[in-house]
Design a protein around this ligand. Structure first.
Ligand SMILES: CC(C)(COP(=O)(O)OP(=O)(O)OC[C@H]1O[C@@H](n2cnc3c(N)ncnc32)[C@H](O)[C@@H]1OP(=O)(O)O)[C@@H](O)C(=O)NCCC(=O)NCCS
Length: 190
């Protein structure tokens, strides 16, 4: 991430999003745990020893964010194809506080885990890597309710989430106007 992108991102989330936001977030629960294993994909847990593998498609800023997630007790998963790291997904483990959206938090219960900070390298998108990693995570956390949230406009992510056995359980509409925040539960449509 260039310094310009970094500054723009900081401004966008720290300033602009507090002035105006009008977004809908969908919360999904893994209702089925299908076995999805795209050819050539292997999934490994993240530790300090392999953290830098993600330099193949992530910036130093993001690697530092991952160090922080590890320190906070998150479980990380890297997806590898032909020995190269091409995907990352992180899992927050309840009980803790999670962000469904930069402006909306929620308490995660002890029987819940929450998948967040997911990305597939741009060159390998559309090859079921994300569903493969979600399926792996679902099989790692069989005793827990597995949750994930997504912006309703993120069509690619929603496709992967649905393919991986998730069902929508909540839909939240967030409006922020000059610091005033309105959060409304919307009906969930199948
Ligand atoms: C969302 C994301 C993780 C999906 O990863 P993925 O490994 O490509 O997942 P899939 O293979 O299941 O592809 C999902 C959909 O993306 C779309 N897609 C296909 N090829 C694509 C490409 N080259 N580039 C972008 N999107 C593509 C397709 O609609 C695909 O669904 P389909 O294969 O059923 O038609 C990835 O697009 C990404 O990293 N996006 C940016 C970060 C992000 O949105 N993270 C998720 C937050 S919840």
């Amino acid at each position: 991430m260039s310094i310009f992108n970094l500054l723009f991102r900081k401004f966008y989330y720290a300033v602009w999003k507090r002035i105006y936001t009008n977004e809908t977030v969908k919360l999904y629960e893994m209702a089925q745990r299908p076995l999805i294993q795209p050819e050539g994909l292997s999934v490994k847990p993240v530790s300090l020893a392999n953290l830098n593998d993600a330099c193949s498609f992530q910036s130093n800023y993001q690697i530092n964010q991952f160090k922080d997630l590890l320190q906070k007790g998150n479980a990380g998963y890297f997806g590898y194809v032909a020995g190269k790291c091409v995907h990352r997904s992180w899992v927050a483990i309840g009980a803790c506080k999670i962000n469904l959206h930069p402006m909306v938090s929620r308490k995660l219960k002890t029987d819940e885990v929450f998948i967040h900070f997911c990305e597939t390298a741009a060159t390998l998108r559309g090859k079921n890597i994300f569903p493969g990693v979600l399926s792996h995570i679902g099989r790692q956390w069989t005793e827990k309710k597995v949750l994930i949230s997504v912006d309703h406009r993120n069509a690619s992510s929603i496709k992967s989430i649905k393919k991986s056995g998730f069902t929508e359980i909540e839909r939240i509409h967030i409006i922020i106007f000059f610091g005033l925040r309105f959060v409304q539960q919307l009906p969930v449509h199948p």
